[in-house]
Design a protein around this ligand. Structure first.
Ligand code: FER
Length: 291
């Protein structure tokens, strides 16, 4: 009896220790065992290289009044090749990371990637809106950007109440969930999962690339698996195998698998936290939306 008690006590303290390890520093990650990653297929060479002899889209900077922040805010907008104001388009909202702003995604040449996909018939014509996801008065990536995490959460209200109505007033776009997608990199990936899965009446297609620690837990993201199954059309993620933030994606993938919610997570081989992974994310996600 004594022996049994002792071994139970040892087992219990072992479990306690395993659970109670505090995260030390930014990049110690909780382990998630047995994640079924989806197959990685490399993007074809040249997917991100500007081609001559095809039609090109255009980039423009727009400004909108934010009642949420009380300022005029900026967004970069990609209009597809041969943009025609008389035609209706779907819209992808594409969000940046903690060190970025409305111009950060330009490093990932989204215009080139989409021009090429559209020329090859692999993506439909779409508008891409790249906003500033730091919804506070000074939204420049200055000083300690980690301290601006609450402004990334506040962007939910700027997006829903200010930006989307502005975009839908300025451009001839379809105003329904099957024609709205949201995706982003790192902090923007967390925002996309948080906002996209909380507002499945607004966004049918949701993507998270190397999602950051602002990502809600799976239980918060998918509180009602049957509802998510019925209302979400795409939940797609990628993260580098060498990215310390993988747990944000892998724990959601494991949870969705367990609950039978369709969800993709690709582990980018030897991928780190950079635009190699994020360009790959956009290349793949853009082919799966609005279809
Ligand atoms: C953190 C580590 C990384 C964090 C945010 C990030 C808010 C975001 C990284 C990025 O956007 O590139 O602990 O906490």
């Amino acid at each position: 009896m004594k022996k049994l008690f002792l071994s139970l006590a040892v087992l219990a303290s072992g479990l306690f220790l395993a659970q109670a390890q505090p995260p030390m520093g930014g990049f110690q990650m909780p382990q998630v065992g047995n994640v079924n990653f989806d197959p990685y297929v490399a993007a074809p060479e040249g997917f991100d290289v500007e081609r001559s002899g095809i039609a090109h889209g255009t980039l423009e900077l727009v400004e909108y009044k934010s009642t949420t922040v009380g300022t005029v805010r900026k967004a970069t907008v990609y209009l597809p090749p041969k943009f025609d104001a008389a035609k209706k388009y779907p819209v992808l909202y594409l969000l940046h990371g903690i060190g970025g702003d409305e111009r950060e995604w330009l490093q990932g040449v989204p215009n080139v990637i989409l021009d090429n996909l559209i020329a090859d018939g692999k993506a439909v014509d779409m508008i891409i809106v790249m906003p500033n996801g730091r919804a506070q008065e000074n939204d420049r990536a200055e000083g300690n950007v980690y301290a601006t995490a609450p402004a990334f959460a506040n962007f939910e209200f700027d997006l829903l109440k200010d930006l989307i109505p502005f975009i839908e007033g300025k451009y001839n776009v379809y105003p329904d969930k099957m024609h709205r997608a949201i995706a982003g990199l790192s902090m923007g990936g967390g925002q996309s999962l948080n906002f996209g899965l909380a507002h499945m009446d607004v966004f049918a297609f949701v993507g998270g690339f190397s999602s950051a620690p602002n990502t809600n837990t799976p239980e918060v993201l998918v509180p009602d698996p049957e509802k998510t199954k019925a209302e979400n059309a795409l939940l797609w993620m990628v993260c580098g195998s060498k990215d310390g933030l993988m747990y944000n994606s892998s724990r959601l993938k494991a949870y969705c698998d367990e609950k039978g919610v369709p969800c993709t997570l690709i582990e980018y081989p030897d991928g780190v936290h950079d635009f190699v992974v994020w360009k790959y994310g956009l290349f793949n996600f853009a082919q799966k939306i609005f279809k």
